[in-house]
Ligand binder design. Structure first.
Ligand SMILES: [Zn+2]
Length: 71
């Protein structure tokens, strides 16, 4: 099966919007999936997601400010 690239819609914390994350086939392996708008890599986006999640849980435990739910 021949595929030139793969795309998926993800929430980008850099763009603060749903964007298309793409990866391409290059020399028999795929490049890192990255945002088609700001070019942030998927793993960088996931790091931010984990950080935000931690803070939301921390704030909930402490009864601090209400933050919007994550997508
Ligand atoms: Zn982006």
């Amino acid at each position: 099966m021949k595929r030139e690239g793969m795309e998926k819609v993800m929430y980008c914390y850099y763009c603060k919007a749903d964007t298309i994350y793409k990866k391409y086939r290059q020399n028999n392996s795929y490049t890192e999936s990255h945002c088609s708008v700001c070019e942030a890599k998927e793993w960088q986006n996931k790091v931010i997601y984990q950080e935000i999640k931690k803070w939301i849980e921390f704030n909930r435990e402490k009864g601090l400010m209400e933050l919007p739910d994550l997508k």
